[in-house]
Design a protein around this ligand. Sequence first.
Ligand code: ANZ
Ligand code: ZN
Length: 840
Amino acid sequence: MEKYDHKIIENKWQQVWQDKNTFSAAELPKDDAAYILDMFPYPSAQGLHVGHPEGYTATDIYSRYLRMKGVEVLHPMGWDAFGLPAENYAIKTGRHPRVTTAENIDNIRRQIKSLGFSYDWAREISTADPVYYRWTQWLFLQLYKKGLAYRAEAPVNWCPSCQTVLANEQVVDGKCERCQSEVEQRQMNQWFFKITAYTKELLKDLDKLDWPEPLKEMQRNWIGQSQGAQVRFYLTGIPGQEDKKHFVDIFTTRLDTIFGATFMVISPELARRWIEVGWQASDQVKKYVSEALKGRELERLERAAREKTGVDAGIKAINPATNEEIPVWVADYVLGSYGTGAIMAVPAHDERDWGFAKKFNLEIRQVVSPLSAGPVRIYDSINDALKKPPQDLESAIEDYEKIKAGEKIYTQYGILINSNSFTGLESAEAVKKISKKIGAELKAQYKLHDWLISRQRYWGAPIPIIYCEQCGEVPVAEKDLPVVLPEDVDFRPTGESPLVRSASFQKVVCPKCGLPARRESDTMDTFVDSSWYFLRYCDPHNTQEIFNKKKVAAWCPVTFYVGGAEHAVMHLLYARFFTKILRDLGYVSFNEPFLKLRNQGLILGEDGQKMSKSRGNVVNPDEIVDKFGADTFRLYEMFMGPLEEAKPWNATSIIGIRRFLEKVWSLSLSAKPTENLHLSNEAREELGYWIAKTTKKVTDDVVNFRFNTAIAALMEFTNYLQSATLPVAEQIKVISVLLRLLYPFAPHITSELWQHLGRQGQIWQQAWPEYNPKALRLNQVILAVQVNGKLRGQITVKADISEAEAIKIAQANIDVSRHLAGKTIKRTIYVAGKLINFVA
Ligand code: ANZ
Ligand code: ZN
């Protein structure tokens, strides 16, 4: 018998698939179609990680299975090719990102092909290719036309010594990753996409998606809806200003606490805006504001959590609930970018306000109580309290005393106290009534901000805008796209976008007036490129339009999307946003891009730790494929455990998988004439049972992405076949079932063995095995036979046997009849399918 030589076999079949374009998808599918998508990789110099093929194998199994079920499948692959790492590498080595990116793509393509995935390679795309990013730029223009792309001042990370803007990833502990200088926050003109125009829809539509629940939850938190109220506080005591002419709106989630708002805090950002429009703030305030605005928002929050700082603004606000004047402070624990940038401070019920009030000696007034409206009421409710464990009452009283003494705060809902006519109401009820009384608007606030897409970087798609002295901001005409990235660019960081230094790129004439003008020198965030790539796969070579609507309508939305959980917010949110824009532009007719999504779990090193170079626990997929073969590699990764769980690599288990394939190999090649073998009815039934059971299990598991248990079932089936003695026709029939079930997992070896079997056509042209549900249960049962309660024998009978017949067979059984000899049966107990007990 031939040896199982994975190298010869895998090369052979990969060549066949390539030469025959076996997996090319139709331009327009007929009716039953599925779009099975992997998150496309970033072409890094390290090549593929063993985690990549985990997801790719899962989608490949599913795609191959669907094709055998007669479904037309679109299964493409491409490259998320722009990005910072290539540019940093260029800075370090002096090699052009275009060159290194092309090399990396070639390497990863080779790796992916070596694993035998059934991609339609004719649809390969690269986001760094001008034929692709032309349409990324076109999309920018569509957003611009709709007012969804706009320019505004925004804070950026600025390194004063490198004189450059840094990406968030390049700021480590508030310092520049390259030179360790303290990073500043600067205001610069930046481009934004108005994702907040779709906030509510992005939140609501999440409910409809078949995505992992934790992932949807992350996206919900990112969007960050808070139900609350916006309340207007009028100002007094501004030097040179009439009282109550100016006001501040605040956002609160706890309107029920407004009677306890003893001061107001505005953010340094809001203070700066006031100063800009003429507020005569004290020097102390001005100094505080400029200091506070230096740091990055995140660090500012961390600092504010440790130590509260702030300054009295010297202005008063009128609390609309109490009509009292309360002091206004400026403090950096209030953010300019959330809500209205100002708060009412309720130190008795909010941790941050409490810390601030303690430090600056401001009034703390409790207005919500855990139990009742005061100590008297606590005793009043003692009957109630007695129903609860005693420590509850004690701790409630203790809490109450501590809150009163200002030693503790109560942040939950409760019953209002010290709140005029609202005293005694429950929090929820109070919110409704107070809002009516003071005219506060109940509304939701969102954490989601508009998407800042400008990057002061070279290796990205140029933003298609021209600046003219006379006409201002002018969009590039669609017919002039793409705005091609120039080659003659020095990447060294200087404080400007590298594109500023390319004369050929910068100098243009204004498309409107013809005067000399300059191009926008920023490029787009690479997440813009990946927000629409899945649509381009449906029509990747179109030079007339972004895609043909009919083709996208025929294939999209994506039926099944698989990728890493790290993309929970950015990529998946942005792709949803773009889908909704394209729908509103009339290009697609669906609301959501990815109906069903699963994350592959992390593959850990053998030591159970995350794989990393420094730990030395990285597994190189090339070595595994070389040594054991792609089929073993694929099967092993699927056998490691449930797809979505983290699991450690294990070098011994992979050998076990290789053995299994070798078993399948020899079993399939050893079909030999077994002369005159007559299959008993029982043996035939058992064979039918195994076929049905395995087919059902593998089918159910593939459909539900439970690949590990499907493989286990195939292993059991193989073991059974090894031990069974079957006539040659039956052998071939059953091996053909085994091979077809195994094919999606291990396509090379099964294609080869199919050919050996001498069956017609190729294995991928075969139908997925069907099974007879009736065969799922062996039609026989084993009955235990007892005499006076003691087990004396077992009989195998047909499942539908009658009671009388079963008793007759049991009595005739030698083991049983021995114990019945000479006795009279008084009574017979019969439990169908289980046992017979003779009482004698
Ligand atoms: C009064 C109050 C009393 C509040 C209380 C809380 C508890 P989320 O859930 O995150 O939406 N807040 C509002 N705008 C802010 C800003 N720009 N910077 C910092 N804090 C801000 O939180 C909403 C709550 O966070 C608001 O409700 C406000 O404090 C604060 F017992 O108002 B609250
Ligand atoms: Zn002009």
